[in-house]
Ligand binder design. Structure first.
Ligand code: FES
Length: 106
């Protein structure tokens, strides 16, 4: 779903826009090798969802795509590889400029 661009915001990502609030800096992270815009202070999960990236890992049993369920550190369905370290919970990890996120390799 494409959202209407409003004054003071900028269109980014895959149809969604993120506007940094005053005091929050716009940054870029890399997700599976491609640049994704983010806002300083937001979680990795929020940045991924804003970019339309919902499948974060594969199920251990059948290899089906899995996505975040709780958004608060309970379900562990949001595990991604953060800067080469596997098993990071995207919902509990704050974005950092230039951060490298891998979604499918866990
Ligand atoms: S979304 Fe449930 S632990 Fe991160």
């Amino acid at each position: 779903m494409k959202r209407k661009e409003t004054k003071g915001s900028s269109a980014r990502g895959d149809g969604y826009h993120q506007a940094a609030r005053p005091g929050h800096r716009s940054i870029v992270i890399r997700v599976d090798g491609r640049p994704v815009p983010a806002v300083e202070g937001q979680s990795v999960l929020a940045a991924l969802h804003a970019a339309g990236i919902l499948a974060l890992r594969r199920s251990d049993l059948r290899g089906e795509p899995r996505g975040a369920l709780c958004g608060m550190g309970v379900c562990f369905e949001c595990r991604v590889t953060v800067n080469g370290r596997p098993g990071g919970q995207a919902c509990l990890t704050a974005v950092e400029d230039g951060m490298d996120i891998r979604t499918d390799g866990y």
